[in-house]
Unconditional design. Sequence first.
Length: 323
Amino acid sequence: MTTPPTDLKATLLKLEARVHDLEVTARETGQNLDAAIHPLRAEVERLRTAPVPAANAPMTRWERVQLARAPGRPTAHDYTERLVTDFTELHGDRNFADDHALIGGPGRWQGRPVMLLMQQKGRDTKSRVRRRFGMSNPEGYRKAMRLMDLADKFGLPVVCLIDTPGAYPGIEAEERGQAWAIAESIQRMVRLRVPAVCAVIGEGGSGGALAIGVGNRVLIQENAWYSVISPESCAAILWRDSAQAPKAAEALKLTAPDLLELGIVEEVIPEPVGGAHLDLDAAAAALGEAVGRHLDELGKLNEQELKAQRAARFRALGAFTES
């Protein structure tokens, strides 16, 4: 599957407009939006110089990354509007502030009572800036831990929808203990006494994703990606050039088929032809069925079995030898 030239031009125009809007917002508000602007600039340059793809050519890993970022790709809110009823958003970490990039609260996933944790990017430039493109500050992860405590208290299975380029890299986040908050969230999730199902619905970047990704089952949509680092950041470190992101994406093996083969995820959730953004209802139906099925299976395990299975799952990741 490849992008036709007319769609390529439309995507380029949308990206250029988004960069412009972000630059204007940064100037008017004084907010540092470099973390959001730089990857978009790199993608604009890549599209300007990209050769026209051959018809019926297989998708590259970088093309799948672009589908995960496609304009109009469903957000967590888009899915929950179709799959969740009786949702009550709970705010704040009871320490510093409310984080708008990570939202959550109790609701019913297709009728099942659950505790939802969701990374929300926003739907337009204004909401994306407000939610920092799904990149949480430390208070977001501390809010997540508060909701995990409530899930344990009331026996609610946890459902996490992951969609973030990574944790917010701003100075204020570091000042408030970003790395520590992520580590604590991972530790807290390992100890959950209830089932936890995590689904990567777009981007799954680094510790920002893993902080709410320690589930008994980890699922991923067909055109989502999940990695220790974004392709742009990897390229900037290895080759000092973020334009080498396509090369980095190939090396990282960050796509859904790669992750299933490596045992990082349990299931790849199929998307409509062309990507989830082309048929939101069909994408939501597939996501709802997969998450519900895994919740049913995990509901047969007791507290000790759930904790043991979750710990064993993550200990088994990777390959190593002892000397």
